[in-house]
Ligand binder design. Structure first.
Ligand code: 5GP
Ligand code: ZN
Length: 111
């Protein structure tokens, strides 16, 4: 298995999820771009959102993001969700994931 997020899902490496369901896990980003920077990761491997036709798992990712935002106290102040896709979208890990950024003003900045 060559994929870092598959290894996390299989517990081949140590993880301490903020939120976890049967199909999704939420972990802290190793290189945070904001005081709160989480990754919402489906346990099934999809190289990007272009490969994922499962609206159920995408819905669960959204639900896990909202649950995590509430759990970490950033739902009310606000947060941003983004899914980087392919090279020009800034994707570097080719296992579908959604970023949750919060804890500093993000308005007007998409990068
Ligand atoms: P992308 O650039 O593909 O949208 O996002 C990949 C993210 O995964 C980056 O923000 C990067 O810091 C994070 N990342 C890469 N390797 C690891 C890891 O081993 N553990 C965690 N928690 N995050 C990682
Ligand atoms: Zn994977």
């Amino acid at each position: 298995m060559d994929c870092i997020f598959c290894k996390m899902a299989a517990r081949a490496i140590k993880v301490d999820p903020v939120v976890e369901t049967d199909r999704v896990m939420v972990v802290k980003d190793i290189n945070p771009q904001a005081p709160v920077h989480l990754l919402v990761i489906p346990k099934t491997h999809y190289a990007s959102i272009l490969e994922c036709k499962d609206m159920g798992v995408l819905g669960e990712m959204m639900e896990a993001a909202v649950t995590s935002a509430k759990k970490l106290g950033v739902a009310d102040p606000g947060f941003r969700l983004s899914i980087n896709t392919n090279d020009e979208g800034g994707q570097t890990v080719f296992h579908l994931h959604m970023h949750l950024l919060a804890g500093r003003p993000l308005s007007g900045r998409l990068g």
